[in-house]
Design a protein around this ligand. Structure first.
Ligand code: NAD
Ligand code: UD1
Length: 331
């Protein structure tokens, strides 16, 4: 199939481009590079041995998106493009709603004009808000607690209305838990730039000596060791999840929602230990107060994706940590 990846030069998009391309799909990237580097394209070429077509532009540009859909005879779109930093979304809510919500509406309009029926959307576990029970299944109530999360929730609601308006559409929202890790070659990975907000990029910079120690935000949660528990999923498992979803869309129509996670929670201290084991380095830690907006534990029930998509995360914490170390060597 001919697949358009909006935001395809980004962290998850670039890894998915590899998985889809290796599976024989023709992949086209659209990215405005507001949060990615053009060097990713060379690195994708080194991994795949071929150049992936990439259009530099904005998903909010209707004329451009319509032209790409038609010129490349696109069969399905995977929509990664968007802004994703929770803290920043409080400072710049208009940018978040414009980029994420307007960008999606624009894409939907271009798809309608071009008669394209299949859309896979990057949603987030953040839309569940504070977990009312664990593991979180897809029927868990949604209550986003930050502007970023609300933008994702609004989009899911828009997608439901659009899917209801045309039974020939197939729209799938994938709610990612905590994507981490890098491609096994170490050529692509997560490169947040500046001081990272998220745990694994932070730990890896401590291991490199760029940061002195990891601040552990709270050790008094109601979890086995008191630190926060999350569902860390290897980005290549996530990429394979998109490939499985694409296969699913060939046989199905309507609106579908899936959690993509491992189904297992790990604490901050367990992640530190895994990184120490993989790197042979000690990660100094400093226990700090809880971070505002954090929950004690958040991990997925993944039976629905396992069953419907015939997909399962297979890579363990050791693979996650060694892939990050390998990526550091190439950065
Ligand atoms: P990323 O920032 O690495 O990738 C997003 C890409 O989209 C970037 O290359 C950026 O330049 C591009 N982009 C942004 N706005 C654009 C626009 N208007 N037009 C064209 N390109 C644009 O982020 P990621 O981690 O790869 O996340 C991909 C998607 O998955 C996002 O929608 C994000 O909200 C969602 N998501 C990510 C996580 C995570 O932890 N990484 C978790 C849940 C959901
Ligand atoms: C955050 C985002 C979420 C996004 C996800 C991507 C918030 C509130 N949520 O989730 O929307 O989908 O990233 O992976 O920002 N921790 C430390 N020290 C650090 C950094 C983190 O102890 O320096 C702890 C946190 O308290 C938490 C765990 O590590 O318990 C994971 O944090 P993080 O990687 O930021 O992810 P989330 O907060 O789960």
């Amino acid at each position: 199939m001919n697949i358009l990846l909006t935001g395809g030069a980004g962290y998850i998009g670039s890894h998915t481009a590899v998985a889809l391309s290796e599976a024989g799909h023709e992949v086209v990237l659209l990215d405005n590079f507001c949060n990615s580097q053009k060097s990713v394209l060379d690195r994708l070429e080194r991994i795949l041995g071929e150049v992936l077509p990439c259009v530099e532009g904005d998903v909010r540009d209707t004329v451009l998106v319509t032209r790409i859909l038609q010129d490349y005879k696109i069969d399905a779109v995977i929509h990664f493009a968007g802004l994703k930093a929770v803290g920043e979304s409080f400072q710049k809510p208009i940018d978040y709603f414009d980029n994420n919500v307007s960008g999606t509406v624009n894409l939907l309009r271009a798809m309608r004009v071009s008669n394209i029926k299949t859309l896979i959307f990057s949603s987030s576990a953040t839309i569940y808000g504070v977990p009312q029970y664990l593991p979180i299944d897809e029927r868990h109530p949604t209550k986003a607690i930050n502007p970023y999360g609300r933008s994702k929730l609004h989009i899911e609601e828009i997608l439901a209305d659009v899917a209801a308006s045309d039974p020939s559409l197939c729209i799938v929202s994938l709610r990612y838990f905590n994507p981490v890790g890098a491609h096994e070659t170490g050529l692509i990975g997560e490169d947040p730039g500046g001081t990272p907000n998220n745990l694994m990029p932070y730990i890896s910079q401590v291991a490199l000596g760029k940061l002195l120690c990891l601040n552990v935000y709270g050790n008094d949660y109601d979890t086995p060791d008191g630190t926060g528990v999350r569902d860390y999923i290897h980005v290549m498992d996530l990429a394979d999840g998109h490939l499985a979803t694409l296969n699913f869309t060939e046989r199905n129509s309507g609106l579908h929602t899936y959690n993509l996670g491992t189904g297992k929670g790990n604490s901050v201290l367990e992640m530190v230990k895994a990184f120490e084991d993989a790197s042979g380095k000690t990660i100094p830690i400093n226990i700090k107060a809880r971070r505002a907006g954090d929950v004690a534990a958040c991990y997925a029930r993944v039976d629905k994706a396992n069953f419907d998509l015939n997909w399962k995360a297979t890579r363990n914490l050791q693979k996650i940590c060694t892939s990050i170390l390998n990526f550091q060597k190439h950065s």
